[in-house]
Design a protein around this ligand. Structure first.
Ligand code: NAD
Ligand code: ISE
Length: 341
């Protein structure tokens, strides 16, 4: 069976996902695209795919069985709610939404429908190095995790006015999600320290040093640098009671020449996580073909949103900001249990 998919948002990551869905992965066909910028959508549409005038017409089209949302974060809520109303399995790029109230509306709609439909684009959970790291921690041979050091460094961001909003809403959410997943725990409080400002980006509040306090007492420190210049550099190390487990330095060809010996660093997320995105969609296609969703849930999207909100409050207050979550609907404990009949 071939899953017929519609893609909303045909910018940077929309185009990258269209490439993998048409040229890399099997069992899927893109039958429609839509973007506020119709010309961009037409340019990105694979041969034979229809360009829809609005996301709503794409979502409700009988030709579309499942939806991939790659529009901007503030547009996700409306599009997700439409997809849930239409009972269509949906992959939604992070951030799932940009406010706690919006996250709760998505959760409420999905739970009311009685079937898991939403997978959020936290691709690190599909990365082989992160998966091996989690296997070691879950295995318990190192004892309980005490600290997780996470470095999230982007080469650059487009020019414009950036305060703390973008690094915390758009970037920190990955570290929040991977911390919860790796440590099997929830985040209960956030602090943010602002180091000396880097001169790399003229109007940029960069970097940020974030502390995430986990419910069972572990502490996560996160370096968020969004304009570090030299490349895209993701690191992670978990200190446990009886040992330390870390992501490996990714293998890269060693080049020796007149300038010395060196290895290249990925330019951006597309290069660093290429296999992770492929695997993320392989698993999404399998679940969506069965009419449901697995992987990171709307609950995970909610938790990441709360963390970004708390981090923004912590920048303003300079102190510790508590996170209070609603009781987790049991629905999210059994992700596969409610598959389509
Ligand atoms: P982008 O600006 O390159 O593209 C976004 C596209 O969405 C644009 O073409 C825009 O016209 C379109 N769009 C915006 N609002 C819309 C709406 N209401 N209806 C239809 N189209 C709309 O941005 P991007 O870098 O591709 O990011 C898109 C999303 O993907 C963001 O949420 C971003 O955080 C996320 N993202 C995730 C990763 C990851 O590693 N998982 C990487 C990059 C981006
Ligand atoms: C981007 O939107 C992503 O999601 C990347 O994975 C992340 O590293 C980057 O900071 C974000 O801007």
């Amino acid at each position: 069976m071939t899953l017929k998919v519609g893609v909303i948002g045909t910018g940077m990551i929309g185009q990258d996902h269209i490439r993998r869905l048409t040229r890399v992965l099997a069992g899927v066909e893109i039958v429609g695209v839509s973007d506020l910028d119709r010309k961009r959508a037409a340019g990105a549409a694979p041969e034979g795919a229809r360009v829809f005038d609005t996301p709503q017409s794409l979502i409700h089209s009988d030709a579309v069985q499942a939806v991939v949302i790659c529009s901007w974060g503030p547009a996700h809520e409306e599009q997700l709610l439409e997809c849930i109303a239409a009972s269509k399995p949906t992959f939604c790029e992070k951030p799932m939404v940009t406010s706690e109230a919006a996250a709760l509306r998505v959760i409420e709609a999905e739970v009311a429908g009685g079937r898991r439909l939403v997978q959020v684009g936290f691709m690190r959970r599909f990365d082989a190095d992160y998966r091996r790291l989690k296997t070691v921690i879950d295995g318990g041979s190192l004892g309980a995790p005490l600290m997780f050091h996470s470095a999230h460094r982007n080469a650059s961001v487009p020019p414009g006015l950036y305060t703390s909003e973008m690094p915390l809403n758009d970037t920190l959410v990955h570290d929040a999600d991977i911390s919860r997943w790796l440590l099997s725990d929830e985040i209960v409080g956030v602090e943010v320290r602002l180091p000396r400002r880097s001169r790399q980006g003229s109007d940029l509040r960069d970097p940020h040093f974030v502390l995430l306090h986990m419910a069972h007492g572990a502490i996560v420190d996160v370096e968020i640098s969004v304009n570090i210049g030299y490349g895209y550099d993701i690191r992670g190390e978990v200190s446990c009671e009886q040992g330390v487990a870390a992501l490996p330095n990714r293998p890269a060809t060693v080049v020796s020449d007149v300038n010395g010996v060196r290895q290249s660093i990925p330019a951006d997320w597309r290069e660093r996580f290429i296999e992770a995105y492929d695997q993320e969609f392989r698993e999404w296609i399998a679940a969506a073909s069965a009419g449901t969703a697995t992987g990171p849930t709307a609950w995970d999207g909610y938790a990441a949103t709360l963390t970004a909100d708390a981090a923004l409050r912590a920048v303003a207050s300079g102190g510790y900001e508590r996170i209070e979550m609603i009781d987790k609907p049991g629905f999210y404990d059994t992700p596969q249990a409610l598959a389509a009949e």
